[in-house]
Design a binder for this molecule. Structure first.
Ligand code: AMP
Length: 205
């Protein structure tokens, strides 16, 4: 039996067709149910659908054998105990610093609002820039508008959300896409099963 951890939301919409092509289908009735562990049409595969930031945690601790998570979630988690095996090249976007247009970010201590506390700290500290991090769980773009922060660190796809709020992307931190990750211990003990599914997923890319 293998358990696959999938990220909710945008990534799930792109992941399910990919898994289906690889031979793992999750019925709509399962997805619409309130079940937390979903059956697939392969009797030896179960799926759990999690918040994106929880996927690396479940895989790290072996609660899932492999998973699909955004690179943003992996950077933030640190990806201890997991191997990143495939870049699925879906849900592509960029982790960026953004601010109100024309704002000078060369201050002695920059206030940064973000969900990505670890990634923001690492990025600014590596450059020797002092920051105060304000952790938010949503509506991050609001922070510079209402004076809560000087800038934000967030995902940017089309740039429309920034534009609609009179903000602009100013620094690229990392290119993001979804990655297939595997628990490093499970990869050794269940190597044959896991690698055969991974090959099928790779072929369906
Ligand atoms: P956009 O307006 O297309 O630049 O999208 C920006 C908004 O969508 C921000 O609130 C982001 O946090 C979110 N977002 C963009 N790309 C992704 C992604 N690949 N996964 C999750 N959220 C995303």
């Amino acid at each position: 039996m293998l358990t696959i951890a999938l990220s909710k939301g945008r990534i799930l919409d792109k992941t399910l067709p990919l898994l289906k092509k690889a031979g793992i289908s999750v019925a709509k009735s399962e997805l619409d149910s309130r079940k937390l562990i979903l059956d697939t049409d392969s009797i030896d595969i179960k799926v759990i659908v999690l918040r994106a930031s929880d996927v690396p945690v479940f895989v790290q601790h072996g609660a899932a054998d492999f998973g699909i998570a955004g690179k943003d979630a992996l950077l933030e988690h640190g990806a201890d105990g997991v191997f990143e095996l495939l870049d699925l090249e879906i849900s592509k976007c960029r982790l960026m610093v953004a601010s109100k247009k024309g704002v000078d970010l060369n201050k002695s201590t920059l206030k940064v609002a973000t969900k990505y506390v670890n990634s923001a700290k690492e990025y600014f500290y590596q450059q020797g820039r002092q920051i105060e991090v304000i952790k938010l769980y949503g509506a991050v773009e609001l922070a510079p508008i209402v004076g809560l922060s000087d800038c934000i660190v967030d995902l940017v796809d089309t740039g429309n959300t920034l534009e609609a709020n009179n903000l602009a992307p100013v620094e690229l931190i990392h290119e993001i896409s979804s990655r297939l990750i595997v628990n490093s211990a499970a990869f050794n003990t269940k190597y044959i099963e896991i690698s055969s599914w991974i090959k099928r997923i790779e072929k369906s890319l």
